[in-house]
Write a protein that binds this ligand. Structure first.
Ligand code: HEM
Length: 412
């Protein structure tokens, strides 16, 4: 382990606290403190909730290099792993291994179980359903009173319906699993709260897998149930896989829709650009740029070094924790010209909004399809859309794994 970790004086006086907050003055930007640190060096020590001082990685090149380095592990059992919070640390021994916490061949085995439903072809087949659900919700918004909340009316239900359909989770249960999912990704969740919500979701998924064993359907939980029947995974692993997809797949897309809509409203020229194009490539690139600009996954991807690694003039020692923060990497001045400018025409495909390397987002094709359809349909069908409250009254989610907004009051 490196000396910086044992040097009490340095540790207590100079090392900045992490996570860092975004600024209320520019809520789309990465935390200013992370940007400031990144200007000097792409890797810096930060202090987290348990007093440990992992590396914070903010450079785009270093983010990509480390996220795809086999000497970097996502296994939260390894000493030095920088846990999110007390709840996550406390559950290391009881939480079954999963897609999110395994490396190499073990990870590939889980990952293969999920690739089929998320292929480009399968997702392309879902586009008409996404379009229909989006149109239905916009119809309801247009028929309802103004101002309307775009989060409750569009951003939350569309991804929730899609993920429910894909998994084969009854939509009637969405309030239950939304609540559990919210607590399980709450940065300030206590050990008891995190455990309760995880257990609730795990029990729910186990019941669902059992049901699908008896009555299989064309959905992801039925696919997982089939793996259980074949003896490839046990019930605990099956529920962990299902829960993971459920959590990863609905709050993320939902926050991206609401935050993206707000960013478009704040940039009327970019709103007009998206409204006036018929070119699917322009729409696709617009979504990549919104992903770069907004980086909804906050508070860093957590990893631990398994060997000494030389990078950007630093030595990351075996056992050092790594926090790879995609928001500052997506605004790295060395990689992007005027990163603070939302420019839907810039080539943005090299962003890391979906992560990078072997753990890169499984659901990214689904998320892209949802975002492309929702943003373009919204600006076309409600071209006079406007924010119904002053911008500084919009409340941002600083306390969640995924950054976003609680409510988006709009009128037209
Ligand atoms: C805009 C929406 C989304 C964003 C910003 C997002 C972002 C991410 C990121 C950054 C990772 C990498 C985690 C890491 O390396 O530690 C990830 C992984 C993952 N995402 Fe997404 N995601 C989104 C939507 C979805 C959807 C719709 C699904 C599923 C329906 C999904 C399922 C997953 C899963 C299962 C993983 C874990 C992959 C692995 O560890 O191998 N995500 N996502």
């Amino acid at each position: 382990m490196s000396e910086a970790l044992t040097d009490e004086t340095t540790a207590t006086t100079e090392v900045p606290e992490y996570p860092m907050l975004r600024s209320s003055g520019c809520p789309f930007a990465p935390p200013p403190e992370a940007t400031r640190l990144g200007r000097d060096k792409p890797l810096n020590r930060v202090r987290i909730w348990d007093g440990s001082t992992p590396w914070l990685v903010t450079g785009l090149a270093e983010f990509k290099a480390l996220m795809s380095d086999p000497r970097v592990s996502v296994d939260d059992h390894v000493a030095g792993f920088p846990h999110w919070n007390e709840g996550m640390a406390a559950m290391v021994e009881t939480r079954p291994k999963s897609l999110f916490t395994t490396d190499g061949e073990e990870h590939s085995r889980y990952r293969r179980m999920l690739t089929k439903p998320f292929t480009f072809k399968r997702v392309a087949a879902l586009r008409p359903a996404i379009q229909q659900i989006t149109d239905d919700h916009i119809d309801k918004l247009l028929a309802g009173p103004q101002p309307a909340d775009l989060v409750a009316g569009l951003a939350l239900p569309v991804p929730t319906l899609m993920i429910s359909e894909m998994l084969g989770v009854p939509y009637e249960d969405h309030e239950f699993f939304q609540q559990q999912a919210v607590t399980s990704v709450d940065r300030f969740a206590t050990k008891e709260q995190a455990e309760k919500s995880r257990m609730g979701l795990a029990r729910y998924l186990i019941d669902l897998v059992k049901k699908k064993l008896d009555e299989p359907a064309e959905d992801l939980v039925s696919d997982i149930a089939e793996r259980v029947r074949a003896g490839e995974i046990d019930m605990k692993e099956a529920s962990q896989l299902g829960t993971g997809v459920l959590i990863a797949g609905h709050e993320t897309s939902s926050n991206m829709i609401s935050l993206g809509a707000l960013a478009l409203l704040q940039n009327p020229d970019q709103f007009a650009l998206l409204r006036d194009t018929d070119d699917p490539k322009v729409v696709a690139n617009a979504v990549e740029e919104l992903m770069r600009y907004l980086s909804v996954i906050q508070n860093g991807q957590r990893r631990v070094a398994l060997a000494d690694i030389e990078i950007a003039g630093e030595t990351v020692y075996a056992g050092d924790g790594l926090i790879l923060d995609l928001a500052p990497a997506n605004w790295d001045e060395k990689a992007w010209e005027q990163p603070d400018k939302l420019d839907l025409t810039r080539p943005a495909a090299q962003h890391v909004g979906f992560g990078f390397g072997p753990h890169q987002c499984v659901g990214q094709q689904l998320a892209r399809a949802e975002l492309q359809i929702v943003f373009q349909t919204l600006v076309r069908r409600i071209p006079t859309l406007r924010l119904a409250v002053p911008f500084d009254q919009v409340e941002f989610k600083h306390d969640r794994l995924a950054y976003g907004i609680y409510e988006l009051p709009v009128a037209w």
